[in-house]
Design a protein around this ligand. Structure first.
Ligand code: SF4
Length: 466
């Protein structure tokens, strides 16, 4: 028994969990060769993001575009169904992708769930090692947030929550901004949403991680810089932009979305940030799908953790990824985390200096220790992440996926490109009943319509009595 206990303790406090290591190796092995670059994080640091699907396929706003299929809104939101499906999907992800990943609670508007069901879904995700992020249009009140976060006796159910709120002028039906004519019109709503979480921390000690999402089309591309500027001054941790794609409900395809590229959006985000945002130091999946950078922002100056122009940063990245890739810091008892860090340090003591050097160079790029101190005093110091995620059009995803299922490679360049990108996908949804893990592009372009038709039968809007 003592031996069993010690064996269990050794596995539990190993810096990189053995199942994480195996899942990452499998992900790395499956990646297409063109993305196995030194900056690649998939399969070396994480397995990528995950999302739920078919769990509450309904929304009370209308957006153009909308990635839900035309049938999505004809389904009832049903807490029991949501919890059953979230549990099945998360258990499967836990089984095949290891003990830790970030997962989006998505597949409709999350605030249409009853607060207790929403809270229970978060708990189910956490129980399966997932760090959940609730995806919302942000049009709900503080009372709803409190009812999700606090148990009926008023005690917080969570010490930290994570929400991503979508705000853009392509959305219709928001209370107080039914048909916004500009992004600027939504500024008070963005502010109010973030403010609720500041209140939550002040009133109940519950902290939060907030993302701001915006869909970009030709009609609001020119406002991306302004949105970036204004959201950077708000307490959002992540600014995420999605160039629109021809995907989902065809009735909502109003513009030529192809006119907006991932580079166009990134340039406008940089314009709003007032500086270059170097992203080439790290990459999740295919660069045609994702741009990503994380760093420290001090009084408006952003410094990426890895500066791709600094060879010392690149050497540090490679060394730390080789030694510690797959180590995670959340979702575990403090003593377990402390033991893992201690074991990592004992194994690679010189990495402490490598990490310190990385931090020192990053601080110097923000203007030095004094600038950091002033930023902290003026409450303008924080970690920021910038993301652009570039979904693909259904007309290339559908043939690309069909050929991938047959193990074939297309001769048609756009379809072949889609195959390359799907093979390197960093945003996965699970189908426990078939054993499939699919890219979100495949889910929305290929699988959602049939899934929603089935849900219409399973969860009709009108429930027959008797
Ligand atoms: S969901 Fe689509 S766009 Fe996003 S990473 Fe996967 S393949 Fe690329």
């Amino acid at each position: 028994m003592v031996l069993d206990f010690l064996r269990e303790l050794e596995a539990r406090t190993r810096p990189v969990h053995p199942e994480s290591r195996a899942a990452m190796q499998a992900r790395w092995d499956a990646l297409p060769e063109h993305v196995k670059t030194p900056n690649q994080l998939l399969g070396r640091s994480a397995v990528g993001c995950e999302g739920t699907h078919g769990v509450f396929p309904k929304c009370n706003l209308t957006c153009s575009p909308c990635y839900h299929s035309a049938e999505a809104n004809q389904v009832r939101v049903d807490g029991q169904h949501t919890l059953r499906e979230v549990a099945r999907q998360m258990e499967y992800l836990r089984q095949v992708r290891g003990p830790r990943a970030h997962a989006q609670l998505i597949g409709g508007e999350v605030s249409l769930l009853k607060p207790d069901d929403h809270a229970a879904a978060i708990e189910v995700m956490r129980a399966n090692g997932r760090e959940p992020m609730s995806m919302t249009h942000g049009d709900f009140d503080y009372a709803y947030l409190l009812a999700v976060v606090l148990a009926p006796d008023g005690v917080p159910r969570f010490d930290r929550v994570s929400f991503a709120a979508h705000f853009d002028s392509l959305m219709r039906g928001r209370r107080g901004a039914v048909r916004p004519r500009s992004e600027a019109e939504l500024e008070p709503f963005r502010q109010k949403f973030a403010g609720m979480f500041e209140d939550l921390r002040r009133d109940h000690g519950v902290s939060s991680y907030l993302a701001h999402n915006m869909t970009v089309t030709p009609s609001n591309l020119g406002e991306v810089a302004e949105v970036t500027r204004s959201v950077l001054a708000m307490p959002y941790n992540m600014l995420s932009f999605q160039p629109a794609a021809f995907m989902g409900d065809e009735r909502r395809w109003k513009e030529d979305f192809d006119d907006v590229s991932i580079d166009d959006v990134w340039e406008r985000v940089e314009e709003g940030a007032g500086q270059k945002l170097p992203w080439q130091g790290t990459q999740f999946g295919d660069p045609r799908c994702n741009r990503y950078t994380i760093g420290v922002s001090a009084s408006g100056t952003f410094a990426a953790v890895i500066d791709p122009a600094d060879s010392a940063d690149l050497a540090a990245r490679d060394r730390l990824l080789n030694h510690h890739g797959g180590m995670y810091f959340g979702g575990q008892a403090r003593w377990v985390l402390a033991a893992r860090i201690l074991r990592a340090v004992l194994r690679y003591p010189l990495d402490v200096f490598v990490l310190a050097g990385l931090g020192r160079r990053m601080i110097s790029r923000t203007g030095g220790v004094r600038a950091l101190w002033r930023a902290w005093r003026s409450k303008s110091l924080g970690v920021r992440t910038f993301v652009v995620h570039n979904f693909m059009d259904s007309d290339v995803v559908a043939p690309a996926w069909a050929l991938m299922e047959q193990g074939k490679v297309s001769d048609d360049p756009p379809v072949r490109e889609a195959q390359e990108r799907l093979g390197a996908c960093m945003y996965t949804m699970s189908h426990p009943q078939t054993g499939q893990l699919v890219p979100a592009c495949t889910q929305h372009s290929v699988l959602d319509p049939a899934e929603n038709r089935e849900l219409r039968t399973l969860l009709p809007l009108r429930v027959k009595n008797g």
